[in-house]
Design a protein around this ligand. Sequence first.
Ligand code: DC
Length: 230
Amino acid sequence: MNKNIAIDGPAGAGKSTIAKLVAKKLGSIYVDTGAMYRAIGLYMTENSVDKSDIEAVKNALGKISLDIRYEDGVQQIILNGENVSGKIRTPEIGSAASAFAVIPEVRSGLTDLQRELAKRSAVVMDGRDIGTVVLPDASVKIFLTASVEVRADRRYKELAQKGEEVNIKEIEADIRRRDEQDMTRKTAPLKQADDAVLLDSSSLSIDEVADRIIEIAKEKVPTLREVKAF
Ligand code: DC
């Protein structure tokens, strides 16, 4: 039995914060697949690639080299030699990521990379299609969700804390658009895997959700243990 944990869910459900925490507690590697789609979104935006021109998209993909590195356990994403981990965290790049993520050619390259990472070590991987497509054999599958209002409020606070000027109504509209796009695309849409456990984080703290996932993981994979110093 593998030790992989797949966490899927819509934008702003708290996946990355929780996945990071779970990975740390279990001594697994955290793989943020959204960052990979964001790096593609960034490249396409910076190079004004039109998403409806499939030849232009394929041509652009041929010019992209994407590397994943870990620095002090934190995933870094390197796009054509540049560390873009900071640059990709904007709502604009999130929307571009979602728009280009509908294209099968974009998905297949990233899916291969994600499977390769999961082969090398036990992972906690978050995204939209991890339990359904990328790692259908993951031992633990979680579908993490929260109400649109709660997700918008969390994103608002996160961006405001970074000093960005944000409007909660715009964030909410962006989340609704992204949910719609991610759930209705033909290839690997966002949906709960049949064998995934549904967790609604609307009224739970980060620690409560993480602890629940660790409990589920320990039940399913008895060899998974928390890494503790004492
Ligand atoms: O999780 P995130 O907000 O960083 O993801 C950005 C976009 O990337 C998301 O709206 C859809 C796409 N994505 C995807 O299609 N499949 C994944 N496994 C992860 C992200």
